[in-house]
Design a binder for this molecule. Structure first.
Ligand code: F6R
Length: 600
């Protein structure tokens, strides 16, 4: 949540900052702002709304030419998403400016003390306390003032700071919020995430917690909060700049839906090698998965996979619940933390809690170098490339694929399945990408179903067994991008409550792929039909009988039910996508959401 970017170099700063912000807009789009230093002053321009609104306001009130600046795109936590609360914030003397991602938890106490000392606050944000604190400690050395201020701060932060008294530097720091420092040709950058700097450079430093970076035209220095210099360690980013483009698709989400067969092929080729080489701990008593949102749904599928094949008990917990109770974790518990971004505050905290209790933590993560990957005992990357659409699509099926490969390997290494069965499962997995391609080819049919249903006031998604989590995920996709209330349910639970919702105004999506308990789903379908619910089914190719009781059938290729979540996810994503488009929603940037939830 919130994206920050900073630039110092020999190019005009404003276009670099604005283009960096555009690449970070997925992190929050409540407001945007920039601060550049020029002519002995800090010049701030900001506007509520998207980056386009900022550009308009800069057109009306241009900022002077500058070669250094900081910028911010906001997901509001404290204070309404208006101009006053937008970043960057300014000190009382207007000489220091700060952008911030995170939450300053003790801001009220600090603010009250600063007000008593005469500081004037203008916004409702927690961030503003930082700029006043830095001003308080400023004695001609910006780095020293930032360090002094940060020592008093509790919470999470990634910050960029500039001062008109030191117009040749940016000071940056982080604690529990992501921040990279990047080196280009005669230029340095800070950014919340790699896509912001991809068009300029590839050499990055992943700043660690409680580190401070000082960027100047001449170079970069990293320090700890005791002002001790830290050795520089650059990593090379291999991500393709093209990944952060729409490639002719109307939206990132649609592009990312279409990338899934390619991602899966890549993952099976590269990820499998890594998983095969991995030695599971000798003794595993149980498995605990921690994750949020879509990643949690992937974890639920993981439970079915691991329990069925490896015969180990698996419990799947929402990270936000896990971290605040007293979970039963021992050193023999294998904890799997799942996160696309690797920066989700609750999942990070859950992983830390599990480690504190002696468990080994494996993470399934998409973003290289993210906080979660650095805190895990072992990382399996989903290799999905940057996911820019706020609604997760390709990362979800990639997480599922890792669970399949991990579950199979774990089952094999525990001698629960034979070498022949193991090879057979992998062979079937290898066929899934071409089946996904087939589903993508039927997008017109899915778009037509969406067109006929986009005005429904609410949706129910039903699934059974390994596709129960698919139903949860289908409902989440729809509600987050179309704002239609949607619920996912285990079909067997329907009679225990949700059936009361069914009438002719309710659209009910039934995941009815071929399975051993297909007939149970047919019974549910009959019950919905008897109550005039508007049925949509996702069914396997070759199932001709379903047409007799369901008017709208979306087809997926016939495959073993065990692997079907990897197929079913696609029509569910496309249905949500096309319904949202029909309703005129901004699918890539749904209201109130942000891609990376770095605050709890
Ligand atoms: C939904 C979605 C979210 C994320 C959740 C966890 O489409 O994207 O529910 O899955 O915020 O994010 P990560 O995976 O980054 O931990």
């Amino acid at each position: 949540m919130c994206g920050i970017v900073g630039y110092i170099g020999n190019k005009e700063a404003l276009p670099v900052l604005v283009s960096g912000l555009r690449r970070l807009e997925y992190r929050g789009y409540d407001s945007a702002g920039i601060a550049v230093v020029s002519g002995g002053r800090v010049h701030v321009r900001k506007a509520p709304g998207k980056i386009d609104a900022l550009i308009q306001s800069i057109k009306q009130d241009p900022a002077p030419q500058s070669f250094l600046g900081i910028a911010h795109t906001r997901w509001a936590t404290h204070g309404a998403p208006n101009k006053i609360n937008s970043h960057p914030h300014l000190s009382c003397d207007k000489k220091i400016s700060v952008v911030h991602n995170g939450i300053i938890e003790n801001y009220m106490k600090l603010k009250n003390a600063l007000i008593k000392e005469g500081h004037k606050f203008v916004s409702e944000t927690d961030t503003e306390v930082l700029v006043h604190l830095i001003e308080k400690y400023y004695r001609g050395d910006l780095k020293a003032a930032v360090i002094a201020a940060l020592r008093l701060v509790e919470g999470s932060f990634a910050i960029g700071v500039v001062s008109s008294d030191e117009p040749d530097k940016i000071v940056a720091a982080r604690q529990d919020s992501p921040l990279i420092v990047a080196q280009g040709k005669d230029s340095y950058f800070i950014a919340s995430d790699v896509p912001a700097i991809l068009e300029h450079c590839r050499r990055v430093i992943y700043l660690k917690d409680r580190q401070v970076a000082v960027l100047s035209q001449g170079g970069v220095g990293i320090y700890d909060l005791n002002n001790r210099k830290v050795a520089l360690k650059f990593d090379k980013v291999t991500m393709d700049a093209q990944c952060a483009q729409k490639d002719g698709f109307a939206h990132f989400m649609l592009k990312e839906i279409h990338e899934q067969p390619r991602v899966l092929k890549r993952l099976i080729a590269a990820g499998l090698k890594e998983i095969t080489a991995f030695e599971f701990p000798k003794k595993i008593s149980n498995v605990v998965v921690v994750a949020c949102g879509t990643a949690y749904h992937a974890g639920l599928v993981g439970k079915y996979i691991i329990e069925l094949l490896a015969r180990l008990p698996v419990w799947v917990d929402l990270s936000s619940e896990f971290r605040y109770r007293d979970p039963i974790i021992t050193k023999d518990t294998l904890v799997i933390a799942v996160s696309q971004s690797g920066e989700t505050a609750d999942t990070l905290a859950a992983a830390r809690e599990a480690k504190k209790r002696g468990a080994k933590v494996i993470s399934i993560c998409n973003v290289v170098g993210s906080s979660l990957t650095r805190e895990s005992n072992k990382v399996f990357y989903t290799l999905a490339g940057p996911e820019i659409g706020v609604a997760s699509t390709k990362a979800y099926t990639a997480q599922l694929a890792v669970f399949y490969m991990l579950g199979l390997r774990l089952a094999f290494s525990r001698k629960m399945i034979s070498a022949k069965a193991y090879a057979g499962y992998l062979k079937t997995l290898g066929r899934i990408p071409s089946m996904q391609e087939e589903i993508l080819r039927s997008k017109e049919a899915i778009a037509a179903v969406a067109k006929r249903h986009h005005n429904f006031g609410s949706f129910l998604f039903l699934g059974r067994n390994i596709n129960f989590p698919s139903a949860l995920e289908g409902a989440l996709k729809l509600k987050e991008i179309s704002y239609i209330p949607a619920e996912g349910y285990a079909a067997g639970e329907m009679k225990h409550g949700p059936i009361a919702l069914i009438d002719e105004y309710r659209a009910v999506v039934c995941i009815a792929v071929d399975s051993e308990i297909y007939s149970k789903m047919v019974s549910n379908i009959q019950e919905i039909k008897a109550r005039s619910g508007r049925l949509i089914a996702i069914a396997s190719d070759g199932n001709t009988s379903i047409k007799a009781y369901v008017p709208e059938v979306i087809r997926v290729p016939k495959c073993d039910e065990f692997f079907s979540p990897l197929l079913v996810a696609l029509p569910l994503q496309m249905l949500a996508y096309y319904i949202a488009v029909q309703r005129g929603c901004n699918v890539d940037q749904p209201r109130n959401l942000a891609k990376s939830v770095t605050v709890e």
